[in-house]
Every structure is written in structure tokens, then in C-alpha cells.
Design a binder for this molecule. Structure first.
Ligand code: FE
Length: 193
């Protein structure tokens, strides 16, 4: 953990122990980012990439710039976002083995499991098993690529467009893109874990 992360943990512990801030209030802020702010943004990026081949090409060439085209920027955890596309033969999944680095402008704050020592250690060693446990069974022929986020680079998974969605609008498509699909622990169109 970084010094800043340790300080934040110590502050949170003190503030809650002394009754100045409740855990519920902190959770509410986290939930706000998870549910109301973050993943909606990433879902718009993904839906645009599904509908617009030129945008998809720009997104894969320079994720940060293409994401900024939609207005999603920020000095916090968004300086360099690399977008990794899933395909029939390749499945990408994101972790931060060191702590909890995550693309805030497009996903909000990371869920608790993303920060857990178990996920961080196991998804690197046995990604296929971890994904299966989280409800994502992958064909043995599909290669799994695990991307380790850092302070410099954050990753966003571009999920495959679900079959049978050719007639859907960009807005309807965005509704199919969950946070978990953009971390790579679910497919688009599946419920979040
Ligand atoms: Fe980290």
C-alpha cells in the first residue's frame, strides 16, 4: 500500500471509531461512484465503440483521448487509460496486484472484491478458476490475458457485443454493459456479480 493509502485507511479508522463519520456514509459515497457515476460512463464508451468503428479504432489507439471525447477525464486515476478488447479467442481481465488502481473516470471506485488480497493474488495465478467462481465460464481455447494496473496505467476491458443486439440503440446497448464486464469478470449483458 502507498503511504497515501495507509494514511487514508488510518484516517477512516479514526474517524469511524470516534463517531465523526459512519462507515455507512463512506459506503454511500463509494456506492455513489459505483452505481451512479462511474460504470455508466464506461458503458457509454463501450456502446459507442460497438456502434462506431472509427471511434473503436481511436479508443484502442489512445484510450485516454477517445474517452475524453465523451467528456470523461480527470486527474484522479485517469491520466492514462488503456483499452483492451475482448474477442472470440482472447478474454481480458484487470487487476491491481499491488493495491487497487482502477480507471475512476469510466468506472468510479473499485468494488470491495477488486481490492481484496484474494482476488489480487489468485486472478494472476489461476484466472480461469477465479472467473469461473465469479460466474464466467470461458472456453478452454480462449486465451486469458491478465492486466496489472499501476499508478501510471489503468485498463478498461472492451467486452464483446452480445449476439442479437444488432437492432439496439446506443443507449440500449450501454444498459447491457456492467462494471464487471469492463473489469473482465463478466460478459456484457450478464448481471453483475
Ligand atoms: Fe493499485
Amino acid at each position: 500500500m502507498s503511504d497515501a493509502a495507509l494514511r487514508a485507511e488510518a484516517l477512516e479508522a479514526l474517524l469511524t471509531e470516534r463517531g465523526i463519520v459512519t462507515r455507512e456514509a463512506i459506503d454511500a459515497v463509494v456506492s455513489h461512484y459505483e452505481q451512479d457515476v462511474g460504470p455508466m460512463n464506461g458503458a457509454r464508451v463501450v456502446a459507442r465503440a460497438w456502434c462506431d468503428a472509427d471511434y473503436r479504432a481511436r479508443l484502442l489507439a489512445d484510450g485516454t483521448a477517445a474517452i475524453a471525447e465523451l467528456g470523461f477525464t480527470g486527474p484522479t486515476e485517469g491520466e492514462c487509460i488503456v483499452v483492451v478488447p475482448n474477442g472470440p479467442r482472447v478474454h481480458n481481465v484487470v487487476v491491481c496486484t499491488l493495491c487497487s488502481c482502477y480507471p475512476w473516470p469510466v468506472l468510479g471506485l473499485p468494488p470491495a472484491w477488486y481490492k481484496s488480497p484474494e482476488y489480487r493474488a489468485r486472478v494472476v495465478r489461476e484466472p480461469r478458476d477465479v472467473l469461473a467462481e465469479m460466474g464466467l465460464e470461458l472456453d478452454p481455447n480462449v486465451e486469458i490475458r491478465v492486466w496489472d494496473s499501476s499508478a501510471e496505467v489503468r485498463y478498461l476491458v472492451l467486452p464483446e457485443r452480445p449476439p442479437g443486439t444488432e437492432a439496439l440503440s446506443e443507449d440500449d446497448l450501454a444498459a447491457l454493459v456492467s462494471r464487471d464486464a469492463m473489469i473482465g469478470v463478466a460478459r456484457a449483458g450478464e448481471p453483475a456479480s
